[in-house]
Ligand binder design. Structure first.
Ligand code: KIV
Length: 271
C-alpha cells in the first residue's frame, strides 16, 4: 500500500486560523530555489519574495531599483522550491502606487507568471484604490505599514517609525483600512512593540512583525540576516541563528589554500 505523501499547502485561510487559534506565524524571505527548498523543508509557514532582493541579491543600497521582471524571476525560482509554504511576492516600487489600473496589471503579471499565492504592497490610505483593484480581482493582498523601505527618500532614514502620536494614529487608521479593504494580513516594520501589540489586538487579520516586538501574530526576517550572511548589518531586531559569513569565508579560504598547495583534488576526488 502506498502512503499518501501529499503536502498540505498553507493558505491565507490557514494564517487567519492561526491567529484565531493563537498559533504564531513564521515567515522569512527567500529569493531563489535552493533557499526556498530549505526553508520549506524546515516547516516555515510563509515565504516572502521581498524586494529586499534589491539589497541582498543585487547589492543596491535601497529597494527602489528592482524591477517587476526581476521580482517575477525571483518569485518563479521560489515557487519551484516551496511545496508547503504560502509564497507572498512584493510588488516593487513604481508598479502600483497612484494608478489602480497599473497596480492590477502588475499584480496579474506576477500571479500569472510565477504561480505565487499572494502579493505584498507598502502603504495605507495612499494606495487604497490600488489595493481595492487587486483584491477585487481575487488576488490576496498583504499590507505593509510602519517603516516602508520604498518610501526611504521621504523618511530620510531607517529609524523606528510611529513614535509620535500623530504617526501612531495614522498607522492604527491604516491598519483598520487594510482590514476593511480585504487584505488577508499585514506586515508592521520597525515600530514600538506596544503600538504593534495594540494594533494586533484591534484587527481580525494576522499581523506579521519585523522589529515590531513580540505582540504580533507572526514574525518575518530577511533570511540573509538571520543566517548571519553579512557581519556589517546587525540591527537590534535581528536574531542570528548562524554566522554564515565567517563559515563561508573560512571555507573559501581553505579551498583557495588547498588548490594552491595541490592538496585538492586528491586521488579519491578524480576519475
Ligand atoms: O522586502 C522585504 O524583505 C520586506 C521585509 C523586510 C518585510 O518587505
Amino acid at each position: 500500500m502506498s502512503v499518501n505523501k501529499e503536502i498540505k499547502r498553507i493558505t491565507t485561510e490557514t494564517l487567519r486560523k492561526m491567529k484565531f487559534d493563537g498559533e504564531r506565524i513564521s515567515m522569512l524571505t527567500a529569493y531563489d530555489f535552493t533557499m526556498a527548498t530549505l526553508a520549506d523543508k524546515a516547516g516555515l509557514d510563509a515565504i516572502l519574495v521581498g524586494d529586499s532582493a534589491a539589497n541582498v541579491m543585487s547589492g543596491y543600497e535601497t529597494t527602489l531599483p528592482i524591477t517587476l521582471d526581476q521580482m517575477i524571476y525571483h518569485a518563479q525560482c521560489v515557487v519551484r522550491g516551496a511545496k508547503r509554504a504560502l509564497v507572498v511576492v512584493d510588488l516593487p516600487f513604481g508598479t502600483y502606487q497612484s494608478d489602480p489600473k497599473k497596480a492590477l496589471y502588475s499584480a496579474v503579471r506576477v500571479m500569472k507568471e510565477t504561480g505565487a499565492h499572494a502579493l505584498k504592497l507598502e502603504g495605507g490610505k495612499e494606495i487604497e484604490e490600488s489595493i481595492r483593484s487587486i483584491v477585487n480581482a481575487g488576488i490576496p493582498v498583504m499590507g505593509h505599514l510602519g517603516l516602508t523601505p520604498q518610501s526611504i527618500n521621504q523618511f530620510g532614514s531607517y529609524k523606528v517609525r510611529a513614535k509620535d502620536d500623530a504617526e501612531a494614529q495614522k498607522l492604527m487608521d491604516d491598519a483598520k483600512l487594510l482590514e476593511e479593504l480585504g487584505c488577508f494580513s499585514f506586515v508592521m516594520e520597525k515600530i514600538p512593540a506596544e503600538l504593534a501589540a495594540k494594533v494586533t489586538a484591534s484587527v481580525s487579520i494576522p499581523t506579521i512583525g519585523i522589529g515590531a516586538g513580540n505582540g504580533c501574530d507572526g514574525q518575518v526576517l530577511v533570511i540573509h540576516d538571520m543566517l548571519g550572511l553579512n557581519n556589517d548589518f546587525k540591527p537590534k531586531f535581528v536574531r542570528r541563528y548562524l554566522n554564515l559569513e565567517d563559515e563561508i569565508v573560512g571555507a573559501v579560504e581553505q579551498y583557495v589554500a588547498d588548490v594552491k598547495s595541490s592538496d585538492f583534488p586528491n586521488s579519491n576526488e578524480q576519475y
